[in-house]
Design a protein around this ligand. Sequence first.
Ligand code: ZN
Length: 352
Amino acid sequence: MKSGLQYVVNATEIRVQDQLLAIVASEAEAAQILERVVSMYEKEGTQKGTFVESVTSQNVQVSPDQVVTSNRAFEQLTQVQKPIETYVVEEGDTLWDISLKKNVPFDDLILMNPNAGDFLKAGQAVIISPEKRLLNVRAEGTKVEQVSLPFKTVYKTDKSGKEKDQEGKEGIKEISYTVTIENGVEVARSITNEKLITLPVDRIRIKMPPVQIASAPTSKKSDETEVGNNTFLWPADGGKVTSGYGYRGKEFHQGLDIAGGNSLNIRAGAAGEVIFAGWKGDYGNLVILSHDNGLSTYYAHNKELLVSKGDHVQSGDTIAIMGSTGESTGIHVHFEVRKNGKAVNPNAYLEG
Ligand SMILES: [Zn+2]
């Protein structure tokens, strides 16, 4: 080793996953820079972030020209390796369509876009891949959301001559979550509490004939059942349709609501693969099965899920226990049939 002429200074090096990323003047400066990286993604409602990667700093002796300024070190540490990617929603797209189009797991999309909801607007940007930097920041936080609970329409025959129509009113439910945020984007969440704020008030209509109350598995037109192998079993253990497919006031109801029955068992309409089993916004605890011919089925509002993503189920297998999670006013299953991601009338596919 040469010495004497070699001029060295005390400095601090910062390593990420053992890779040397920057050498700065002092330990205090290193700490300040790391603090600056963490606070880049500070968000209301989240705790202080921590680094996803292991970060170490230690004192070294180096030649002065190896020491960089604080700003330069910050840039070196926060280099973007993969920028955030978004997809601009086209008319009629659902998150499910985007999952197929962009080949991004459906549940990842839900997490990265917690406010996307079931109905996306054309032109809206949906995150399909979060950014990755050399050094990434993760923070835990809490989130509280209020969801509205739709009201039912009840048709009554007036026997006394005194009953009156009543306007319906939506109820409110408050859901608390713990969330995990990476570089400012939510990547995981779990429910910690659900609180009912107000119950919905039924809309009452007097003397109107009941509509949309199909008496379950027998009410299909013969031309609609010509779907060959695409028929599904009735997803509940008996019960009846309490709300049909189609317009419900201004809203379009994308499936059948089925309540009652002999047990709370929810059955797989046909053999298939579980492509989603978890919480999804208004759907509450949801199971999505993928079947042949571009068909998928949704079973929503469950109390309990008995399958996991990736499971293969047989027709009629019990996959969940009926409940009232998500935006739901009572115990029922919301059953949807989708063809290439678009909701279709389940009556056309249910076994007669
Ligand atoms: Zn429904």
